[in-house]
Ligand binder design. Structure first.
Ligand code: BES
Ligand code: ZN
Length: 999
């Protein structure tokens, strides 16, 4: 399950309780509709004469103590589920203000002393509102061979309030000169202004210019700043360089990564997302290079004395945020195509890799064309470039018109890459293109609303993916994403979607699965409530109204409210309960002959004995963590009368004859559903008899809920393990992808117990039928091939000897002949088996091929396989290689360490390594580094109190920056593992004893 804590770019892993009482009473018409079920249910109804099916989709919304009537939803309708909180009144403020009590790096109170020892007058992290930028004209002269750059930026600022000070952002740049002119318009700046003081305050990455006179509101300033900086290697933010090899020759390129707060590392600027302006660029390059910018090239001319230098000048951009600016100097080649609307789309990569850009190019064209109609607005720039960056921290970055990608997220070689790789490329392309509208055209006002960008792009990426190839099954993929967010949001160390953030480390820390997957899940939930047509209409209005500007979450709700045709729905009241407090409910469902009993409580993975006081930051604005839910279309009356919602069953429905009842239809709602023993029994019987009456998303939901409810003590393991038995007939990839990590969770816990073998036998007993049906061929569509890979890998993980033999045979063939035509799905399986069951020579061979490989996805497979050795010596060597970027690129160092930590022979080595390297890593990558954020996750593999104490002790006094939350979540997971072993292990063991399988 650890993967589920992973950040977005590595997709692969007590509270006060307020009892609520309510009664739902449906009207006759509504009762009638309640039994009009989904197709699956209808069929089942016909088959089971004498039984009545009641399909109910519940949806939960957080609500304040004072309840009022709510909306209701029933399955089988397109709008599936409707949640409307009964809450009324003011939502929490969207503004996150800077505090006067910010902490300096070491945790000391901030002193606000500038680099020259003088007091720094501006004491806020946010810039003053006195000046607003209008236009930037940037000149840059990068010198790649000397790893440096110099430049000049001309900023046109509008004076909003009278002032004598200019504050802008700058980080790790040397500022050599500042000049300020004033003008009455933004084109003529006749009056030079004297500067009294220039101060830099590194902690807040700010520069302060004190003018000799005050400038009045309505006038304009032209601020010209000369600067220089280092073009760093091995860091992956600001303006930095990467190296790559073409035919054995090492080459260098320079590119940018600004989101969230690193534009200020490349040029002085007012680096906040709401401070939008136009950008012009002139950039010097060598003749052998090209340059790229958000906008098309205007002119190229010789530069200075050197015959080797060219100055490229670019068209000005539309109004946009600083974090979306990008420029690149490289010698890449491109492939290109035009969309129907005439937009030029190009994919750039090193010359020996450019053939692998064709797939992304076709995908990008298809997706762009589709989004134009989906968003109802054209793509706004004349061109869209997509480029593979050799060293890149995230998966990809949506810079407007110049989207940068990690090589594995854009390059696809049909002859070698796997279906997983094809899907990932499609998904990332679709995600970043969604941002061109959602994020770039309309941008969140501040980072506390990051989810607007990322949640929405995540929601849309699954639509875009299906445009390229519907066999990716975008909606089922999105269900998987929701499930991973449900998992993460069940931790006490989760956070509300909208979260106050101030400094760069806090901002970096919200790029996580709450902003992405929970955000996407909530948008899907709302779409199901509004209906597709209103959803799209509202979206278009939102984009049109806010184009080239900024928005807060409330603006989106308002846009949907205006087009909503759902009676009595207050979009913001409903959605605020989901976005302003963390967590979500588990809805318990039971029924007797006449009535449905529904109750709800917050679902928490690990109930603490002594609940910690709710974190101040995350206090629920609703004053409670209890929830209210509604049954869509079933609504008639709502009363607060008891602990439960009692819903009379429709006329003619006898509860005693209900075949089964399944809540949260198609996983459209962001909550879990629990049933009583009878309810689970009926569902299990149906799964075993014919699981296909449930949709794939419903099966994902059932299995995921069952496992997670058991993990948290809400359900007996005997129920869940009984349900697992049906998996021997499950043929769906997504359901397997849900269940396998849960079996893995059990095997991680039972690994050192005698009963491990029994668990293994259970796992293999359900895996084997799939294994036999799928074989080892490369036949089938995308998900069949993905499933084959997953079950073979699982069989090997559970030490199925026949599978191990077959995989090691494949490895042996490949060892003999590198060009051996291998089933691409099985490459990783073979490499891994070769390394795990091979010797040091095998490891060396895989290492050599890894170093030589030209295909990013295959290189990654080879690299990760290295971490699966059982030889601690090579694992230690591999850990050391992560600190040498000629062996493991910095972008990959965390994933390699994590791979070693997932290996039972490597966990302690990796933990020791992390501790040894901690100070160095922090110094090298800094407090907002994603590398560190990813590395700390390794501790979540621990199981025991001893390890828990050790982890706590080590991190006690450490400055964690953006790794704080991932660490706290990992610690919570270890705690949950300790509790699990105490509380639930005996039950699992005894079930396994009683239900032994044949091997
Ligand atoms: N805006 C992000 C890139 C980013 C992430 C910038 C973290 C700064 C910090 C981009 O749109 C993104 O979300 N990329 C994903 C890929 C996507 C398919 C989810 C990523 O990098 O993993
Ligand atoms: Zn994104």
């Amino acid at each position: 399950m650890m993967e589920q804590l992973e950040e977005k770019c590595f997709l692969d892993e007590s509270e006060t309780i307020l009892n609520k009482k309510a009664v739902y009473e449906p009207t006759k018409g509504q009762r009638f509709r309640q039994v009009v079920c989904t197709r699956g249910w209808a069929i089942a109804t016909l088959m089971m004469t004498g039984t009545v099916l009641v399909g109910v989709a519940l949806i939960a919304a957080f609500a304040r103590p004072a309840m009022a009537p709510c909306e209701v939803s029933v399955a089988g309708d397109n709008s599936a589920a409707l949640a409307a909180s009964a809450a009324a009144g003011g939502a929490a403020s969207s503004e996150s203000s800077s505090s006067k009590h910010d902490k300096e790096k070491g945790g000391e109170e901030q002193t606000y002393v500038a680099t020259n020892g003088e007091p720094f007058p501006w004491k806020e992290l946010r810039l003053p509102k006195t000046l607003v930028p209008q236009a930037y004209d940037i000149f840059l002269h990068p010198n790649i061979s000397r790893s440096e750059f110099s430049g000049q930026v001309e900023m046109i600022l509008r004076v909003m309030e009278e002032t004598d000070a200019i504050v802008f952002h700058v980080n790790e740049l040397n500022i050599s000169n500042v000049a300020v002119h004033m003008g009455k318009s933004n084109t003529t700046f006749s009056q030079a202004l004297a500067i009294v003081k220039q101060l830099e305050y590194k902690t807040n990455q700010q520069f302060y210019v004190q003018l000799a006179e005050r400038v009045s509101a309505g006038s304009f300033l032209k601020v010209v700043v000369k600067f220089s900086g280092e073009l760093k290697r091995d860091v992956m933010d600001g303006f930095y360089q990467s190296s790559y090899t073409v035919n054995g020759e090492e080459r260098y390129m320079a590119s940018t990564q600004f989101e969230a707060t690193d534009a200020r590392k490349a040029f002085p600027c007012l680096d906040e997302p709401a401070l939008k302006a136009t950008f012009k660029l002139s950039i010097v390059r060598e003749k052998k290079h090209i340059s790229l910018f958000n906008m098309p090239l205007m002119t190229s001319e010789p530069y200075g004395e050197s015959p080797n230098l060219i100055l490229d000048k670019y068209n000005p951009s539309p109004k946009m945020s600083t974090y979306l600016v990008a420029f690149i100097v490289c010698d890449f080649k491109n492939v290109s195509a035009l969309t129907r609307a005439g937009t030029l789309v190009r994919v750039f990569a090193p010359e020996d890799k450019i053939y692998m850009g064709k797939y992304a190019l076709d995908a990008a064209v298809a997706v762009l064309e589709n989004y134009t109609s989906f968003f109802g607005l054209p793509y706004d720039l004349p061109k869209a470039d997509l480029i593979a960056i050799p060293n890149f921290e995230a998966g990809a970055m949506e810079n407007w018109g110049l989207i940068t990608y990690r090589d594995t997220a854009i390059l696809y070689d049909p002859a070698i890459s796997s279906q997983d790789s094809k899907k990932w490329v499609t998904q990332v392309v679709a995600h970043e293109l969604a941002h061109q509208w959602f994020g770039n055209l309309v941008t969140m006002d501040w980072w506390d609303d990051l989810w607007l960008n990322e949640g929405f792009a995540t929601f849309v990426e699954f639509l875009g993916m299906d445009v390229v190839d519907s066999s990716f099954q975008g909606q089922n993929s999105l269900s998987m994403e929701s499930v991973s967010a449900l998992y993460k949001d069940s931790l006490i160390n989760s956070h509300p979607i909208k979260v106050p953030v101030k400094n760069p480390a806090e901002i970096a820390s919200v790029f996580d699965s709450i902003s992405y997957e929970k955000g996407a899940a909530l948008i899907r939930m709302l779409e199901s409530v509004l209906g597709k047509s209103s959803f799209r209409k509202g979206l278009k209005n939102y984009l049109t109204e806010n184009a080239y500007g900024n928005a807060v979450t409330g603006d989106l709700w308002r846009a949907w409210q205006q087009v909503s045709t759902v009676k009595d729905l207050s979009v913001s009241e409903m959605m605020d309960t989901w976005t302003l407090q963390m967590g979500y409910p588990v809805v318990s469902v039971a029924w007797d002959s006449r009535t449905l009993h529904l109750s709800q409580e917050r679902f928490i993975r690990l109930e603490k004995k002594d609940p910690e006081p709710e974190k101040e930051d995350f206090k629920s604005p609703f004053g409670c963590t209890y929830l209210t839910f509604k049954l869509h279309f079933l609504l008639a009356m709502w009363e607060q009368t008891g602990f439960f919602s009692l819903v009379p069953l429709p006329d003619g429905v006898d509860g005693d004859n209900v075949l089964w009842l399944k809540g949260n239809k198609d996983l459209n709602g962001f909550y879990r559903v629990n049933y009583d023993a009878k309810g689970w029994k009926k569902l299990t019987d149906q799964l075993k008899k014919d699981h296909t009456v449930f949709s794939v998303s419903d099966r994902i939901g059932l299995m995921e809920d069952a496992f997670c409810l058991a993990m948290a003590g809400h359900l007996n393991y005997s129920v869940v393990l009984g349900m697992v038995e049906y998996m021997s007939r499950e043929t769906d990839y997504f359901v397997w992808k849900t269940v396998l990590p849960h079996l893995d969770f059990l095997s991680q816990r039972l690994l050192l117990e005698e009963e491990y073998d029994l668990l293994r036998d259970l796992a293999l007993s359900v895996i084997r039928p799939r294994l036999e049906a799928l074989g080892w061929s490369s036949a089938g569509d995308v998900t069949t091939r993905q499933l084959r890979k997953s079950v073979i890998q699982a069989a090997i993980d559970y030490e199925d000897q026949a599978s191990i033999d077959r995989a090691t045979d494949l490895f042996a063939e490949w060892k003999k002949n590198q060009n051996y035509s291998m089933n691409n799905e099985l490459r990783y399986v073979a490499y891994q088996a070769g390394v795990t069951y091979g010797n040091k020579d095998d490891w060396d061979l895989v290492y050599d091929r890894y170093m030589d490989s030209n295909v990013a996805s295959d290189k990654e497979h080879l690299q990760l396989a290295l971490g699966t050795s059982r030889d601690v010596r090579v694992l230690q060597i591999l850990l050391q290689y992560t600190q040498d970027s000629s062996k493991v690129k910095t972008q990959d160092s965390a994933q390699v360490v994590r791979k070693v930590a997932r290996n039972r022979n490597g966990l302690l080595l990796a933990w020791r390594f992390l501790r040894q390297q901690w100070d160095l890593l922090m110094e090298r990558y800094g407090v907002k580094s994603a590398i560190i954020r990813r590395m700390v996750l390794i501790v979540s593999n621990f199981n025991t109190k001893f390890d828990l104490d050790e982890v706590k002790e080590f991190f006690k006094d450490k400055e964690l920056g953006s790794a704080a939350r991932p660490l706290h979540q990992s610690v919570e997971l270890i705690e949950s593992h300790v509790v699990w072993s105490e509380k639930y292990m005996p039950e699992v063991k005894s079930w396994l004893q009683k239900n032994r399988r044949r091997r």
